[in-house]
Write a protein that binds this ligand. Structure first.
Ligand code: SF4
Ligand code: SF4
Length: 311
């Protein structure tokens, strides 16, 4: 099986965020969990990095990663361990904070993406000015994509979206409209003009390198194959604080009917081949462990159900 895969690890170092987007699926926010990764988890992460090939890109994310009291130390340590670093922000911090990041990381900062949650921005014109300064500050080698999640769109919001897109073109940044994700299902925006760049792909039983060449680490140290599979028992890989923790050594069958993870798709981690026998076995494991998973995540499940009925 020959696949050219780019490798990445996403580490959610905090669940805290400066915004409260009602559609937040990146973080487990809006529930009682507002935790930062503890010293114990961070040490486990460093130990894990010490045994990881240097061709993995490391994304330090959240919530808003900058809110973690150890954020600057973490990015510096990851850089000193020889990894390229990706960051993402909603641009709600002062420019000095971003300048400090550029100073620490230099050309180790592979990507610095920006997500625009238009409903949460209090002064849009000020935000645009800050965006322009940010683009002028950053190292030319650092790539940037403007992510624009699409919630309910009206004429006023359309104007703002146009301004962000114009700014992306002016500074040669990519931009991507994102459908909001709710309980792992994308919702269509109310304006067909904006369609997601990411195609839905039927992935059940397809072999996928997520879990082997990529993984998502939560602030409590739990590691999952990908964002979509984090509520499936069979995709739990272990806890980063465990000194024996290892990624999978090969691709495994996907148990999701449709892949909602843009990154493994963009990074070419999903194979054409399917393994139905493995997929059925993993699905059975997920079903058997569903009650345990619901109990463990009951706060998230209750919050999401409440959100759903308010939609
Ligand atoms: S900015 Fe991102 S992490 Fe923060 S609440 Fe919004 S979607 Fe969630
Ligand atoms: S949901 Fe997508 S990224 Fe996750 S295992 Fe399935 S195919 Fe891979």
């Amino acid at each position: 099986m020959e696949v050219i895969a780019n490798k990445f690890i996403d580490f959610i170092i905090t669940q805290k965020c400066t915004y409260k987007c009602r559609y937040c699926s990146q973080s487990k926010g809006h529930v009682k969990n507002r935790s930062h990764a503890s010293k114990h988890v961070i040490s486990g992460f460093y130990r894990f990095l010490d045994n990881l090939d240097k061709d993995y890109e490391i994304t330090i994310t959240g919530g808003e990663a900058i809110l973690h009291p150890e954020f600057f130390n973490i990015i510096e340590t990851v850089k000193n361990k020889g990894f390229k670093i990706n960051l993402i922000t909603n641009l709600s911090f002062k420019l000095e904070q971003y300048q400090k990041i550029f100073d620490i990381l230099g050309d180790s900062l592979n990507r610095f993406d920006i997500s625009f949650h238009i409903d949460q921005i209090q002064n849009f014109n000020l935000m645009l000015e800050k965006l322009e300064e940010f683009m002028l500050l950053k190292h030319r080698i650092t790539k940037t994509t403007f992510f624009i999640p699409l919630d309910k769109i009206d004429a006023k919001k359309e104007l703002k979206i146009d301004k962000i897109v114009r700014m992306a073109k002016k500074y040669d940044a990519d931009f991507s409209f994102q459908k909001i994700r709710f309980l792992n299902t994308f919702k269509n925006p109310n304006n067909e003009k904006y369609i997601s760049h990411h195609q839905k792909r039927k992935t059940y039983a397809k072999l996928c390198f997520a879990g082997c060449e990529s993984a998502v680490i939560y602030e409590n140290g739990e590691v999952y194959r990908c964002y979509s599979s984090r509520f499936n028992y069979s995709n739990y890989l272990g806890n980063i604080i465990d000194s024996e923790f290892k990624l999978n050594s090969d691709a495994h069958a996907c148990t999701s009917s449709c892949c909602n993870c843009p990154k493994p798709q963009a990074y070419n981690q999903i194979c054409i081949e399917r393994d139905y026998i493995e997929a059925f076995g993993r699905t059975a494991k997920n079903i058997i462990n569903l009650p345990r998973l619901i109990i463990k995540n009951k706060q998230i499940v209750i919050t999401k159900i409440k959100q759903f009925f308010n939609f």
